[in-house]
Ligand binder design. Structure first.
Ligand SMILES: C[S@@+](CC[C@H](N)C(=O)[O-])C[C@H]1O[C@@H](n2cnc3c(N)ncnc32)[C@H](O)[C@@H]1O
Length: 282
């Protein structure tokens, strides 16, 4: 009989290698549940920046949708590539990259299911996107091979060295290209990750950067999240040679009554849940 082991939650250092290994394993094991739970909210080919539901179609953080046609776009930590599918529907040429094989299998499944004969996406409904299984810390692309790069909660919150990832993004972007990424708003680190009233009282130091780690019996990390303060994130962007042109904190919209983990209407109306960094490679 297989014994189910409940991982132990702790706060401790976690290297880049350990973090990547933990992320790959965790997302491979949990991709089915993630897509099952959040797939309907994400939509098969919408581009949603986070649990508030801010949609790129209305936000235009990558630039006006009408100007996406023909653009080469790299999506980092793409999961099932919903955002890339929306980009493809605008005429862009997206590449969806993720560390997790299972997440990318969902990208294949959605792309295939979208067509009635199951043979691939129906033209104009859901477009095929290129899928690449790789670590965001070592991008398998030539210099200056993309016009835009984006990430909706992909990779950045899970890596020990976000500057390394952003330097890689900077390398593969052409000069003048945009890099837009969303992460958990740093203020959330100070609060318990609970959607109800218990998630409204500060319980930890905002300034404590010690990673959140879930580990197995042998002390191996099986899930890692890294915290950066808002100032850290701004410095990371600058260290990777990007210019920050906007920092978007989406407000919780009235229409959204869905909880997503610790994100809820209750908390969303009081404190920000997502931070979106809009950067340019000068
Ligand atoms: C919260 S999910 C977001 C997925 C998708 N962007 C969405 O909005 O549903 C985070 C994704 O980042 C991926 N990821 C984590 N660490 C990564 C890394 N080092 N390199 C590439 N992808 C990574 C995970 O496999 C997972 O699919």
């Amino acid at each position: 009989m297989i014994q189910e082991y409940e991982p132990e939650a702790t706060r401790r250092a976690a290297s880049d290698t350990e973090s990547s290994r933990a992320s790959r394993g965790w997302w491979d094991r949990n991709a089915d549940e993630y897509q099952n739970e959040h797939g309907a909210f994400l939509g098969d080919d919408r581009f949603v920046w986070g649990p508030e539901g801010l949609d790129e179609a209305e936000a235009g953080l990558l630039g006006p949708a009408a100007e996406l046609k023909g653009r080469r776009v790299l999506e980092i930590g793409a999961g099932a590539a919903q955002c890339s599918r929306w980009l493809a529907a605008q005429g862009a040429r997206p590449v969806a990259l993720d560390l997790s094989h299972r997440q990318l299998q969902h990208a294949l499944r959605i792309g295939t299911d979208a067509r009635p004969d199951g043979d691939g996406p129906e033209p104009g409904v859901s477009q095929a996107v290129a899928l690449v299984e790789a670590d965001a810390g070592a991008l398998p692309f030539r210099d200056a091979s993309f016009d835009l790069a984006c990430s909706a909660y992909g990779a950045i919150p899970f890596v020990a060295d976000p500057v390394r990832v952003m330097r890689e993004v900077r390398r593969v972007l052409r000069p003048g290209g945009r890099w837009v990424f969303s992460v958990t708003h740093p203020i959330r680190w100070a609060f318990p990750d609970e959607p109800g009233p218990e998630g409204l009282s500060v319980g930890a130091s905002y300034f404590d950067r010690t990673p959140y780690v879930e580990q197995d019996e042998a002390g191996r990390a099986v899930y890692v999240e890294h915290h950066r303060t808002l100032g850290d994130r701004v410095r990371d962007v600058a260290a990777a040679d990007f210019r920050l042109v906007d920092l978007v904190e989406p407000e919780w919209p009235e229409w959204n009554n869905q909880e997503w983990g610790g994100w809820s209407p209750l908390r969303g109306n009081l404190i920000p849940g997502t931070a979106i960094f809009v950067c340019v490679a000068d």
